[in-house]
Design a protein around this ligand. Structure first.
Ligand SMILES: Nc1nc2c(c(=O)[nH]1)N[C@H]1C(S)=C(S)[C@@H](COP(=O)(O)O)O[C@H]1N2
Ligand SMILES: [Mo]
Length: 324
């Protein structure tokens, strides 16, 4: 992950808001209208080759609850789906858009194992059957000091984990991304140790803000964003939000996660957004809100826990410089 320069930025009043703000319906629909523009901007290959299964599109019909946690405007669809980190498809921000249309995501199943009463292989349809889908607008902050505002579509991670009946010895959850080098060109080269692995303490995973997403902007996820199922943890740096999940394991000890293993002095297990703890190579005090350019970097002040103060009790009594 690359660096950025240090500088000062002013706090915008719009960023010091309570977590949950319900927008007017008309305002929301106006923002969704941007979607039409974004789809047209996708290259023909990405539009033509990746098909969302019909059952998934059907599942997205119907009314959903909507929660908006920021007054900032949404990052346009074309940026959310065109500027990505998904190293399985390459290291450049535009590689996932160019390469990920090859991914086939139907059928999809998730292997559940470890310290729970209901291990097994669950199809995505099984996972979604009892779930009430929600739209949730979250700020999203990458450790590389850029950020977006994304309207996710999904459901609380905790609701799925509870269904699987964690045992009392389970303290952590470990998530694994698909390993399929035929469809993921980045996995044919060195880079990261594949498959990509992430993890959470079980109580973090149960926090109501922690989400499993199957869509964004009201549509099914495109592969570059981690189709068909990915984590979204708005108070943590983006690398915790693991994409294209194929395994969930309940474990007793902290899992070895990809980035924390690869560069432990740079990327911690917790990876909570924290403007007071800089990355060794750059400041975390501020972020570029995308879309941004060199000429208009669109700096924002980074907030503790990315502004999601309700997670603070999870870390009470911990030294957040050591447990970064
Ligand atoms: N499997 C996998 N998950 C991943 C990554 C990755 O390279 N592989 N990149 C992470 C990083 S660094 C970020 S910032 C987010 C980006 O999510 P987005 O492309 O949907 O914005 O995905 C995270 N999840
Ligand atoms: Mo990231």
């Amino acid at each position: 992950m690359s660096g950025c320069q240090k500088n000062e930025a002013a706090v915008r009043p719009s960023e010091i808001t309570s977590e949950t703000i319900y927008l007017q319906r008309r305002q929301w629909l106006g923002q969704l209208a941007l979607l039409g523009v974004g789809v047209a901007a996708l290259p023909w290959s990405a539009q033509a080759a990746y098909s969302v299964p019909a059952w998934m599109n059907n599942r997205l019909h119907g009314t959903r609850t909507r929660e908006v946690t920021t007054t900032d405007s949404l990052t346009p669809f074309k940026d959310v789906t065109g500027y990505n980190n998904f190293y399985e498809f390459g290291l450049e921000k535009t590689d996932p858009l160019a390469e990920a249309y090859r991914l086939s995501t139907d059928p999809w199943s998730v292997k559940v194992s470890g310290l729970c009463d209901l291990p097994g292989h669950y199809t995505l349809e099984d996972i979604l059957k009892p779930v009430a889908l929600e739209d949730r607008v979250y700020r999203f902050r990458c450790v590389e000091a850029w950020s977006m505002v994304i309207p996710w579509l999904g459901f609380p991670l905790g609701s799925l984990l509870k269904r699987l009946r964690p045992q009392s010895a389970a303290r952590y959850v470990r998530f694994t991304t698909l390993y399929r080098p035929e469809e993921m060109p980045g996995q044919r080269h060195a880079g990261l140790a594949w498959p990509y692995v992430e993890g959470l303490r079980l109580d973090e995973a149960m926090h109501p803000l922690a989400m499993l997403a199957i869509g964004l902007y009201g549509r099914a996820l495109l592969p570059q964003n981690g189709a068909p199922l990915r984590l979204v943890l708005p108070w943590k740096y983006g690398f915790k939000s693991i994409k294209s999940i194929v395994a969930i394991e309940f474990v007793a000890a902290p899992p070895q996660t990809t980035w924390a293993t690869m560069a432990p002095h740079e990327y911690g297990f917790y990876a909570n957004v924290n403007p007071a703890v800089d990355h060794p190579r750059w400041s975390q005090a501020r972020e570029r809100r995308l879309p941004a350019t060199l000429w208009e970097p669109n700096w924002r002040t980074t907030l503790m826990f990315n502004g999601y103060a309700s997670v603070a009790p999870l870390y009470q009594g911990m030294d957040l410089r050591r447990n970064f």
